[in-house]
Structure formats: structure tokens, C-alpha cells
Design a protein around this ligand. Structure first.
Ligand code: TGC
Ligand code: FAD
Length: 396
């Protein structure tokens, strides 16, 4: 079964995009068609991250693409969204790599780092020469990072870090881990506050071990991090972080990219299902697309994809105008990932038995999207974020 991707645009969405925006999309689409799609099913089977794509993506300016200066591409947020859409049409794992590098490590260095930290890390990360990971989640603290146990004890001109981080994308291949920890510095103004630390992964006491047996995001590396008396100079603390709020502001960037990325996964599933339904014949030699029940599924998919595109675009335009709140981004992440997962399930259904093998991309997308639904704030946590925004009552 080969399903060369057909452009998905039912409502003339492209008329809302500028020429530059369409050009970014075509560049990333071509990259994914030529470099990722030929290897992704094998990577997924072998649970291998296609690391050979890291440098080429750097050459094309995919990392930190919506940041300014330091070798970054200075794209708008909508262009950045189209970039993540196209990456995730290939695979959520590649989009995850780019999200973490860009939104969760480069963005905080750019926003909260010293000039020295920016010069040290951003140009090399933009080129893909250095890789970052983001350590917020712990074994006992996922949805509630405020409860974290990781500690950074001030000792003279150093901080000494101890703690465990879990489910960390890129963990074992990272050159630098951005680790969030609560500061112990009696008498200091940062005592008891959360802070971000740049930890070079070759420091004594730091180790990362990969999580195996995943049935989701198999082409992405997910690790546990262990920090045992890891000493970092004071200069490795991000100077401008302001407690948990700063960590959560990084999530806004990543969640925004995911809200577009999910559309890409949904498009891949819809397109495969549409093409298959026109070829596959059952009962009197008729294509299954001729059955009303099959059409209803396809109509649901294209309707939801179209609505998701408009939501992502509006949030992107708000973000470009500096007016996107966390609640807007939560709505886009929550809706679009849910929509994509439903599309993947419907597409799998339309493909029948052929839907369970990796000749078609749908089961892979479905399995990936189960993680995407959970990470960067679960579906239900985003329900509560939006609920708090409209009622003024926190129900976490
Ligand atoms: P809460 O009291 O609500 O907030 C603390 C302070 O932060 C502010 N704030 C935000 N600021 C910026 N952006 C946001 N999204 C913000 N959300 C809250 C808030 O206004 C407050 O400010 P201030 O001035 O009053 O101090 O904090 P809480 O402890 O009650 O938690 C709220 C909650 C549950 C929404 C938050 O903890 C949360 O979002 N939990 C979900 C955790 C999560 O998403 N983890 C993701 C880890 S990284 C990851 O998954 C990477 S996946 C890899 C990939 O992308 O590929
Ligand atoms: P829990 O918080 O234990 O939640 C379990 C269930 O309880 C969910 O259904 C949740 O919605 C529900 N629940 C929890 N609290 C409430 C509540 N108050 N009200 C109603 N329901 C609630 N983290 C990082 O820091 N960096 C990374 O790079 C990273 N990469 C990841 C990659 C993968 C593949 C995965 C799967 C996760 C990754 N994560 C990462 C972790 C991710 O952010 C967490 O898994 C996520 O925040 C949820 O935490 P949890 O898994 O501990 O679930």
C-alpha cells in the first residue's frame, strides 16, 4: 500500500497563508518526504531515533525557528506552526525532537539566560551541533510539577543538584539538560524557589538511561535522568527564571507547536483513509468509499481537521500579536490532539485489517498520539486550565 500524500485543504485554508508561510511548509514537507518517510517505518520497528536527520534539520533552520538572533531563522509563530505540522505528518517523534530542542531548551535560554549562556548554546543548538533536553517531570510528579523533589543546594560558588527526572525526551543524547529544581539557599532570595539550571551532561554525578518497551513514540528517545551531587557553577543557573511560572511559560511554546503538529498527523491518517477507501472494493465490486457509513467517517475527519486548522491559525496570529494566553494555547493543544487521535482511530477502522500493519502510517500515528495526548499537559489538565480561565476557579 503506497499512499503518496495529497495536499489536504477542504476550506481554502491556504488563502489565509502568506507566500512565506506556504514556502516554509513546502520546504519542510519536501524534507520529510525525502528524508523521513523512507526510513520512518524501519525506525519505528527498530525503536531507533533517526539521528542522521539532526544536522540536516539544523542546516535548514528548523531549530529555535521562531526565535530571533543567535543563528535562528526568525520565523513567525504561524510559520513555526506549519513547520511542526509538516514534521508531525511524518512522525510525532521527529516533531518531539524539534519541539524539545526549540521550545523547551532554546526558548528558555533565549528568554531567561545570560548573554554568555546564549552565546554558548544558541548558535550551536540552532545548527544542531548541540542537543538539549528538558527535565521537569519526575517519577512522582507529572501533572503537578510544583511538588517536585529535585533540589539545588547553594554551596559557595556552586549549586549541587540532586534528584530524578523521568520521561525526558532526548535525555541520553543531550549535551545539555535544562533541569528544574527547588533551590536550598537559606537566607538567599532564591531560597525555596524553582529555578532552571543548565547541566552539561558529562558532569560527574549525571546519568541518563533510556526507557524501553514503549509502544508509542518509538522513533524518539525517552530517558530517565539521575542527578547525584552534580556540581554546577552559579553561572549555569538561568538568571532570569521566576519560579514555576518560567517553566510553565516554556510549555506554552511547546504546546503551541503540538497543536499544529497534531494536524499534520491527522492529515496523514485522513489522506491514507481517503485514498484507500476509493481503491478498496467490497460488496458488488463497489469501493468502500461508496458506503454512507464510510463517507460519514471521512466527513467527520475532514470537518475536524478544517476546524483545527482555523483554531491553530487564530492562536498563531494571536501569538504573533503577543496576545495568546496560556488558555488559548491549551484549547488548541487539547482540541487538536484529541481530534488527531480520533482521526487516527477512524482511519485505522477504514483500512480494516490493513490498518494494523506498518505499510500504512495510521497505527504508528495512533500510538504516537497516545503520548502526545499525555505529554505537555494531559487532555484533562488542559480541560481544567480552560475551566479555570472561564470560571475563575482552579479545579486541579
Ligand atoms: P499555578 O499556581 O496555576 O501557576 C503558578 C504560576 O505560573 C503561572 N502560570 C503560567 N505562566 C505561564 N504559562 C503558563 N502556561 C502558566 N500556567 C500557570 C500562574 O499564573 C502562576 O503565576 P504567579 O505569578 O501567580 O506565580 O500552578 P499549579 O502548581 O497550580 O499548576 C498549574 C498546572 C496544573 C496548570 C501546571 O502545573 C501544569 O501545566 N501541569 C502540567 C505539567 C506539564 O505540562 N508538564 C509538561 C512537561 S514537559 C513535556 O511534557 C515535554 S514532552 C516532549 C515534547 O514536547 O515533545
Ligand atoms: P499523571 O500526572 O500521574 O496523570 C495520570 C492521570 O491522572 C491523567 O489522566 C491525568 O489527566 C489525571 N490527573 C492528574 N491530575 C489530575 C487532576 N488534578 N484532575 C483530574 N485528572 C488528573 N516531561 C518532561 O519534563 N520533559 C520531557 O521531555 C518529557 N517528554 C515526554 C515524552 C513522552 C513520550 C512522555 C509519555 C512523557 C514525557 N514527559 C516529559 C512527561 C509528561 O509531561 C508527563 O507524562 C505528563 O505531564 C503527565 O504526567 P504523568 O504521566 O505523571 O501523569
Amino acid at each position: 500500500m503506497a499512499f503518496p500524500f495529497q495536499h489536504v485543504d477542504f476550506i481554502g485554508f491556504d488563502t489565509q497563508l502568506s507566500e512565506d508561510e506556504r514556502m516554509v511548509r513546502s520546504t519542510v514537507r519536501r524534507f520529510v518526504e525525502e528524508n523521513l518517510l523512507p526510513v520512518i517505518e524501519a525506525c519505528h520497528r527498530d525503536a531507533r531515533f533517526p539521528r542522521e536527520l539532526v544536522a540536516p534539520m539544523g542546516e535548514l533552520g528548523f531549530y529555535g525557528a521562531n526565535l530571533s538572533g543567535y543563528g535562528c531563522a526568525e520565523m513567525s509563530n504561524v510559520e513555526y506552526g506549519l513547520l511542526t505540522q509538516e514534521l508531525e505528518r511524518g512522525d510525532s517523534g521527529l516533531r518531539s525532537f524539534v519541539s524539545v530542542q526549540s521550545a523547551l531548551v532554546m526558548y528558555p535560554i533565549h528568554s531567561f539566560g545570560s548573554e554568555e549562556q546564549k552565546q554558548q548554546w544558541l548558535p550551536a543548538m540552532a545548527r544542531g551541533e548541540k542537543i538539549g533536553c528538558f527535565g521537569l517531570t519526575e517519577p512522582d510528579f507529572g501533572s503537578n510539577p510544583a511538588g517536585m523533589r529535585a533540589r539545588a543546594r547553594r554551596d559557595g560558588e556552586n549549586y549541587v543538584l540532586n534528584g530524578e527526572k523521568m520521561w525526558i525526551t532526548n535525555g541520553s543524547i543531550a549535551d545539555v539538560a535544562l533541569v528544574w529544581a527547588r533551590v536550598e539557599n537559606p537566607g538567599g532570595e532564591d531560597d525555596g524557589r524553582l529555578r532552571g539550571f543548565l547541566v552539561e551532561t558529562d558532569r560527574p554525578g549525571f546519568s541518563a538511561s533510556d526507557i524501553h518497551g514503549k509502544w508509542s513514540l518509538r522513533a524518539s528517545i525517552t530517558s530517565g535522568l539521575s542527578l547525584s551531587d552534580v556540581r554546577v557553577p552559579i553561572a549555569n543557573a538561568l538568571p532570569k527564571t521566576d519560579g514555576l511560572k518560567s517553566a510553565l511559560s516554556c510549555l506554552n511554546q511547546a504546546r503551541f507547536g503540538i497543536s499544529w503538529g497534531a494536524i499534520g498527523a491527522a492529515m496523514a491518517c485522513y489522506d491514507a483513509a481517503l485514498q484507500y477507501s476509493k481503491e478498496r472494493k467490497q460488496f458488488r465490486g463497489q469501493p468502500i468509499a461508496s458506503h454512507q457509513l464510510v463517507q460519514e467517517k471521512l466527513v467527520w475527519m475532514i470537518s475536524e481537521i478544517s476546524k483545527a486548522q482555523l483554531l491553530a491559525l487564530q492562536v498563531g496570529r494571536l501569538k504573533d500579536a503577543g496576545q495568546a494566553g496560556p488558555q488559548h494555547i491549551s484549547m488548541a493543544k487539547r482540541n487538536n490532539v484529541w481530534m488527531a487521535l480520533e482521526c487516527a482511530r477512524l482511519a485505522r477502522d477504514i483500512l480494516g485489517a490493513n490498518g494494523i500493519v506498518d505499510d500504512a502510517p495510521v497505527m504508528r500515528h495512533m500510538m504516537n498520539l497516545e503520548s502526545v495526548k499525555t505529554y505537555e499537559g494531559t487532555h484533562d489538565i488542559h480541560t481544567l486550565i480552560i475551566g479555570e480561565s472561564i470560571t475563575g476557579i482552579a479545579a486541579f
